[in-house]
Design a protein around this ligand. Structure first.
Ligand code: FAD
Length: 342
């Protein structure tokens, strides 16, 4: 019988990251699908009591903790030591972990230490013929594979947006402390430097991805570009909707070519084959042609809409659920007005 460890760290405020709640939902389901495989929750952080209580009723048989100031920060040496201790203590065969940047960095090394295997960027965990299996995408999200492994323990780093977050399971958890001597480390975490202004337009947890394409900076019907107006419309919409801002490659590349560009846009925003593959329930593309190298980055956007003047653009070729053949300046101006009234 498989034994499952759901392993996560807490946020600096002591709560669980959203992706942890999502992946715990997946681990609970996996335990059920494996005919009631034992499930333990392993927590790493400065003080993990509140996080444990917030998921006390999830159905886990045990709540294991490595806690203390040494384990409150993101640092490979301490994170790996804590995760290793929890993996060994639980004797888990399957270790299900949310792919936060912190644990995506630490877990592969832990898998090596305990002679296990690891898979990253997992997009589904299920059971077929009584055996656990995972789904993972390859070649910039163009091919999907289902994988099984014999080797145990099997560490499974699950991406965000795969499972619904587990809610309504708070209570009082009985925590078992797992002692770990903090390893010698030369790394001191002295603080966190917040991302630059433009990066704050990237909101992975947003309901909506709003993509701006190069059309926003092109000459419009009057023969002139309207970049300041474009900036105003896009920023106004982002502020009102709290959408996450994506871009096509053409738009962010323009800064390198010395053209006027939207000042808040950087390569961090680029979605696509050589950009990111964000996960949001909905996406709206504006002034973006919808070419394959861009749209491949929309793999995990569930509902897609686009605004383009060109009825023959890529979005019309089966890439969007809805294409509005319209002027994005007019559409977004009206949308902002409607949002302002709300
Ligand atoms: C190896 C490789 C990797 C690549 N990787 C990526 C990647 O990661 N991401 C990416 O995005 N691209 C990538 N590309 C480039 C991609 O093929 C396209 O060139 C790019 O996505 C085009 O950007 P765009 O649609 O914003 O610009 P354009 O193709 O210039 O399209 C602008 C659109 O705006 C519309 N428009 C103009 N004015 C308005 C208006 N007022 N209202 C509504 N619509 C309007 C036009 O009709 C047009 O369709 C890659 C290409 C290659 C070869």
């Amino acid at each position: 019988m498989e034994k499952i460890l759901f392993l996560t760290h807490t946020d600096p405020d002591g709560a669980l990251p959203r992706v942890a709640r999502e992946v715990l939902g997946g681990a609970v389901q996996l335990s059920k699908d494996l005919g009631g495989a034992p499930l333990a929750v392993g927590l790493v952080g400065a003080d993990v009591g509140a996080a444990a209580d917030s998921v006390a009723g999830c159905g886990a048989d045990a709540f294991l903790a490595v806690a203390g100031d040494d384990f409150g920060v993101s640092r490979y040496a301490t994170d790996a030591a804590a995760a290793e201790a929890l993996a060994r203590k639980s004797e888990a065969t399957l270790v299900v972990v949310p792919a936060t940047s912190r644990f995506a960095r630490a877990i592969p090394g832990v898998a090596l230490r305990v002679e296990g295997r690891v898979d990253t960027h997992v997009t589904d965990v299920s059971v077929e013929d009584g055996k656990p299996q995972i789904e993972r995408w390859y070649y910039r999200q163009r091919m999907v594979a289902t994988l099984l492994r014999e080797q145990r323990p099997w560490f499974i780093l699950v991406d965000s947006g795969v499972f619904e977050p587990l809610e309504g399971v708070s209570g009082s958890a009985s925590l078992e402390s797992v002692p770990v001597d903090p390893p010698a480390t030369r790394t001191q975490v002295v603080g966190i430097e917040a991302a630059a202004g433009e990066a704050q337009t990237i909101r992975p947890d947003a309901e909506l991805l709003f993509v701006a394409g190069a059309g926003w900076t092109k000459k419009q019907a009057d023969g002139q570009p309207h970049v300041p107006e474009a900036e105003q419309l896009i920023l106004g919409f982002l502020e009102k909707s709290q959408a996450s801002l994506g871009s096509s490659k053409s738009l962010v590349d323009q800064s390198g070519e010395g053209q006027t560009v939207l000042s808040f846009m950087s390569h961090m925003n680029q979605v696509g084959q050589t950009g990111s593959t964000p996960r949001h329930p909905k996406g709206l593309a504006t002034c973006c042609h919808g070419e394959e190298p861009h749209v491949v980055g929309w793999r995990f956007i569930k509902e897609r809409r686009a605004v383009n003047l060109d009825p023959g653009c890529g979005w019309a070729q089966g890439k969007a659920d809805v294409l509005y053949v319209a002027d994005a300046f007019e559409v977004m101006s009206n949308v902002n007005e409607l949002l302002g009234q709300g």
